[in-house]
Design a protein around this ligand. Structure first.
Ligand code: TRP
Length: 333
């Protein structure tokens, strides 16, 4: 039996370098493993909870799909689809929602953060502006995972809680209906670094400190020049620890390149020169994928065809499995 590894990326803007290091690159490393059945998807249903502009949603969806492909996803090796093309997932979501304890959702980090923000801003209604979609988001994620009976889910540390919730919900469903849904496990690669952003905090869209993956060279250079450094002058030895510039370089460069950069720091390389090295390195590293990304954006039909084929394969797996679950839940007359 192959191990089913599943992960999704929510389309809420062009993926950035942190997503690449944290999600895309490790996931794609599994596609050539014959013992693994990889399932990767565009989580466009998840985008509904925070993105309400119907005019930009298509662009974001296309960008995430094109990113997977540009980075080398092979649809012959990976079950690749967009979530909203597989209505079975939403059907399962309701079945799971109906057995999920509300108290479990009260404890979800994303929800609690939103409540904390309301309290901080002095709202008398602590739930002000929080949609049910955000509250129930972990259940949709659970349905994504259980729909394909995934064993492992590669996620960042911020998502571990969601996987634990998925286990909880799967266990409860199994208990109530006698099903044998796998209890999924979070797959955390301790060697995957958390990438800092331009300001030194974790690279994240909500901090507006990201380096988008596929911007043109000029924009890329401009962003890299903005990376926060200290005020040491050229000639003064520099520390590589807690240095965003060095961390970003190290996440992608080879061991010998990293060693060379470390030496340059010790030798007092100027920040401008170090940034130029990082720029040239990243630009060279990302250009082939950027070209493919641009190709897919210009040839949308190619992407849509791949997604349509993936959706068909996904539904072919999902439908009978869901029917089985419905049967167990007492839906067969
Ligand atoms: N919630 C994940 C994120 O925002 C994306 C996601 C949706 C996902 N469904 C998933 C990840 C299922 C793993 C498995 O990053």
């Amino acid at each position: 039996m192959k191990e089913i590894i599943l992960t999704g990326v929510t389309p809420t803007g062009m993926p950035h370098l942190g997503n690449y290091i944290g999600a895309f690159r490790p996931a794609l490393a599994y596609q050539d493993n014959p013992n693994i059945d990889p399932i990767y998807f565009v989580a466009d249903g998840h985008s509904l909870v925070k993105l309400w502009d119907p005019k930009i949603r298509p662009q974001y969806i296309l960008e995430v799909a094109a990113t997977w492909l540009a980075l080398g996803l092979d649809p012959n090796k990976v079950l690749f689809y967009r979530q909203s093309d597989v209505p079975e997932i939403f059907e399962l979501t309701w079945m799971l929602t109906s057995v999920t304890a509300k108290g479990l959702m009260n404890r979800a980090h994303a929800y609690k953060d939103s409540v904390a923000k309301n309290i901080e801003e002095g709202h008398s209604d602590h739930d002000a502006g929080i949609p049910m979609g955000l509250f129930c988001y972990p259940i949709l994620m659970t349905a994504d995972i259980l729909m394909f009976n995934a064993n492992k889910v590669p996620v960042g540390k911020d998502q571990i809680q969601h996987i634990e919730m998925a286990r909880d919900i799967a266990g409860r469903f199994n208990h109530l209906y006698g099903t044998k849904l796998n209890l999924p496990e979070a797959l955390i690669d301790e060697t995957t670094p958390t990438l800092p952003g331009l300001d030194g905090r974790k690279m994240s869209k909500s901090y507006q400190n990201t380096i988008p993956l596929f911007v043109d060279s000029k924009t890329l250079r401009k962003l890299i020049m903005k990376i926060k450094t200290n005020s040491l002058m050229p000639g003064e030895p520099k520390d590589t620890t807690d240095c965003s510039l060095f961390a970003i370089y190290s996440a992608l460069a080879s061991d010998s390149e990293i060693a060379k950069m470390r030496q340059a720091y010790a030798d007092g390389i100027g920040w401008g020169d170090a940034k130029q090295i990082l720029f040239e390195f990243l630009d060279a590293h990302l250009t082939p994928a950027r070209d493919k990304f641009n190709y897919y954006l210009e040839n949308k039909k190619v992407v849509l065809d791949i997604l349509a084929e993936g959706a068909e394969k996904a539904r072919h797996r999902a439908r009978p499995f869901l029917n089985e679950l419905k049967h167990k839940a007492g839906f067969s007359l």
